[in-house]
Design a protein around this ligand. Structure first.
Ligand SMILES: Nc1nc2c(ncn2[C@@H]2O[C@H](COP(=O)(O)OP(=O)(O)OP(=O)(O)O)[C@@H](O)[C@H]2O)c(=O)[nH]1
Length: 253
């Protein structure tokens, strides 16, 4: 009779030595089956039939357990994949809830939320800008060209603002720039940079005309409300439009 795996590993017949850590999960059980098979092969063994049935049942149990472990591994992988996808979808949902679909800058609700957040903590300078005579772009070249102009203006703003500054689109052709904790002079200086950036950009309109924008600026200390900050900047924007457009106007300091 061949030596059983248990014996080969230093055990004695009928006694199975537990495997060292890191071995196959069922090595101990596989050795036990081998040892039982060896005893079964011995014609003198007592309870011959019962031992044979025990071996068969035990082998079936091992096969079934292995199958279940493999299935559980696959299901764990699938669950991890679904969890990852859920996480990505939650992030996407959060992005869509706070960003403007056309330009990718903050949407109106997010602008208000961010502005209130800054006003509660540190005060806020606010720039409101509106593309000049934008209706003419739509009317002359169509809505898709108008959309391209809106997108390009958003790009101009994004590329020019310093870190910590947030850009949002609050209406059709109206944007805001939030400068947390900055004063009126700093915001007016940035608004002038943005005005020049838009005016100097080549929007490639069919008639070759430039696109300009008008700017209103306000700055309020901590504790003021968003409506007040926005109302002041909007009134200044109205002044800039009234004074001839393509300019920056500041709310009274
Ligand atoms: N293409 C495009 N047009 C839009 C969008 N939202 C609003 N508009 C258009 O923007 C135009 C705004 O026009 P007005 O409010 O009259 O202002 P304006 O022509 O820019 O003139 P001023 O602001 O006085 O310089 C309207 O024609 C709207 O239809 C948009 O998402 N895409």
């Amino acid at each position: 009779m061949n030596e059983s795996p248990a014996l080969a590993r230093g055990g004695v017949a009928g006694i199975v030595v537990p495997p060292a850590p890191g071995h196959d999960l069922f090595e101990y059980e596989a050795l036990a089956v081998s040892a039982a098979r060896a005893a079964y092969a011995d014609a003198n063994a007592w309870h011959h039939q019962a031992l044979g049935e025990l071996i068969l049942a035990y082998e079936r149990l091992l096969r079934e357990t292995r199958r279940l472990v493999r299935r559980s591994d696959r299901e764990e992988l699938e669950m991890n994949r679904l969890n990852q996808r859920l996480h990505e979808l939650a992030q996407e949902l959060q992005y869509r809830a706070t960003h403007d679909a056309l330009t990718g800058v903050l949407n109106r609700a997010a602008v208000i939320e961010r502005a209130r957040h800054h006003l509660e903590r540190e005060g806020l300078a606010l720039i409101v800008l509106d593309i000049d005579h934008f209706k003419r772009v739509n009317d002359s070249f169509g809505h898709p060209v108008g959309d391209e102009v809106i997108r390009a203006v958003a790009d101009c703003l994004r590329s020019e603002v310093p870190a910590g500054t947030e850009v949002g689109r609050v209406g059709g052709e109206e944007f805001t720039v939030l400068l947390p904790g900055r004063d009126l002079a700093a915001a007016a200086a940035l608004a002038e940079c943005l005005r020049q950036r838009v005016t100097g950009h080549d929007f490639a309109l069919p008639d070759g005309q430039p696109v300009t924008a008008s700017f209103g600026v306000s700055s309020l200390a901590q504790g003021h409300g968003f409506d007040q900050a926005y109302g002041l900047a909007d009134a200044a924007l109205y002044e800039a439009k009234r004074a001839g457009r393509n300019r920056v106007a500041c709310a009274p300091g």
